[in-house]
Design a protein around this ligand. Structure first.
Ligand code: CA
Length: 218
């Protein structure tokens, strides 16, 4: 499981056994990624199940993801989208996303997924300029200092009533510690504060995984 706030190994196993219905490809993706040095960048199976159900609840057909890593979140949502569903994944790593492609193919969802390599802000600007929208659901899980830039662009790319989920918004609890002023913590703390006061959206900060800020565009 990824970076998370709390929970014993025993509780984590219980949640995975009872709270998720993973496919073989999802299990392989999660277990192989767990062996990698950067395994904490992967979302947990429970969060994947939550995102998949959320996609179904809002009737999502178009999903945009900023920060794909080895593909678990995109795979979970792609499996939940209708047959005509479309996923756009932005990431900077050829190495990690080549692993992702393998699992997407194994799950039979590769035709739904359009992976684009390069800086996320630039690609989102290009998408806005090309009017490549609207999306129903956007997941932001990339470099934290750029989160605000991704958030602003996601609002432009999202339909009214659409949802943005921002990952790691509690940053292992560091956001609540005023003495912690590292770059990532400061960026996340500032964005939580901004969203809390943002009249353009409805929002809820859920303590799933490492904290998921859910934002609905008004
Ligand atoms: Ca994350």
């Amino acid at each position: 499981m990824g970076r998370m706030l709390r929970g014993s190994d025993q509780l984590e196993a219980y949640v995975d056994a009872n709270g998720t219905r993973e496919t073989a490809a999802q299990i392989r993706c999660r277990e192989e990624t767990a062996q990698m040095p950067m395994a904490m960048m992967q979302i947990g199976a429970d969060q994947g199940a939550f995102m998949a159900l959320t996609a179904k609840l809002i009737g999502a057909a178009r999903y945009l993801e900023i920060g794909t890593f080895t593909g678990y979140s995109a795979l979970s949502v792609a499996l939940a989208l209708p047959a005509n569903g479309k996923v756009v994944c932005l990431d900077v790593s050829e190495e990690f996303t080549s692993r992702a492609r393998k699992y997407w193919k194994e799950a039979g969802v590769e035709s739904k997924i359009d992976l684009r390599l390069g800086p996320g802000v630039d690609e989102m600007d290009r998408m806005i300029a090309a009017k490549e929208y609207p999306f129903d659901f956007v997941f932001i899980d990339a470099d934290k200092p750029n989160y605000d830039a991704y958030y602003e662009r996601a609002l432009k790319l999202l339909r009214q009533g659409g949802l943005i989920a921002l990952d790691n918004m509690l940053w292992s609890g560091a956001v609540a510690d005023p003495s912690n002023n590292d770059t990532n913590t400061v960026a996340i703390r500032a964005l939580n504060k901004k969203i809390h006061a943002d009249e353009r959206v409805d929002a809820a900060l859920a303590t799933i995984g490492d904290g998921v800020m859910l934002v609905r565009k008004r």
